[in-house]
Design a protein around this ligand. Sequence first.
Ligand SMILES: [Zn+2]
Length: 339
Amino acid sequence: MKKFWMYLGFILIITIILPTILVKTVNLVSREDEKEISKEKIKKDVLDEKFDGYIKVYDTRTQEAVKIPLEDYVKGVVASEMPAEFHEEALKAQAVASRTYAIYKMNKFKEGHPDHPQAPLCTGVHCQAFLSLGELESIHSKKWVDKYWPKIEKAVESTKGEVIYYNGEIIEPLYHSTSGGMTEDSKDVFANDLPYLKGVESPNEEDAPKFKSVATFSVDEFIEKIKSIYPNANITKENLPDKIKLVERTESGRIKKVMIDGQVVEGREIRELFNLNSTNFKIIYNPKVEMVDIETTGYGHGVGMSQWGANGMAKHGSDYREILKHYYTGVEIEQYKSE
Ligand SMILES: [Zn+2]
C-alpha cells in the first residue's frame, strides 16, 4: 500500500511539476531569444539611421575616404562608366544600376570593403569608376562638360532614389560593356548562382566598338605565354593544333574550359593571360605565316546589363525600366527605403 502512494506521488510529480519546469525552461529560452532579437533590431536601427543621403567613398587618387551625397556620386559614376552620347533612357538605366550597386555595397560592407577598409566603395574600376566634375573637365574638356553634364544630371535626377529589388532585397546589379549577343549566367562566371543574373539575349549591339576584335600573336609569343603559366605543357609549333582543345562552353557560348596538353584550364584564365576582351573567343593558328589570331566577341564579363545592349534597346524605343527588367530577371524598380 505504501508503495502505491509512493507511486501515485511520483506520477503526480511527473504530471504536475515536470510540465511546469518544462514550460518555465521553454519560456526562459524564448525570452532570451526575444532579448537577442530586440538587441539586433536596435543595432540595425542605429546603423540605418546613419544613412543620411551621403555615401562614403575611398578616393583611389588621394587615398582618402570622402563623404559624397549619393545622388552626386551617381552622376560622377554615370559620366565615367557610360558614354555620354548614349540615349537618355540608357543613361537612366545606368543611373539606377549604379545607385543600386552603391547601396548594395554600402549595406554589405558597412565597416569597409576588405580591399579598402576605409570605405565600402572606391572610385576605381575595382568598384565603379567615379570622376568628379573637375576631373571630367580636365579629362574631356569644358565643351564636353557644357554639352553632356546637363544630360547626365537629368538622367540621375529623373530617377532620384530609385533602386532595383528582387524579392524585397536590393540586388547586386553587375553590368558590362558589350555582351556580344547574349549575356552570361552568373553561375558560369562567379561562384554564386543569383536568380536575377541569368543569361538573356542582347540584340542591337552591332554599333559597339568592341563587338568583335582580334588579338594577334606570333606563334613563339603565343607558346611562350602559355608556358609562362603551364611550364610543363609540351607545346611546339608543330603540335599546337592537337594540344589545345575545347572542353566546354557556357550556355551563352563563351569558353568555359579548354584543355592544354591534357590539363583543364578555365576560359577566364586564358582571357587574363592574353588580355582578351571576353571569354567568347576563337583561337586561329595559321602555320604558313606562323601567327595566332584570337578573335573575341563582346567586351567584359558578360554578366547583367550590357551597356551597348541598353543603348540599342533605348534606340529601339524601350524605356529605362524595360531595359533594367530585361537584363535583371524578375526584378522591381522602387524608391530606396533603408530596412
Ligand atoms: Zn573598390
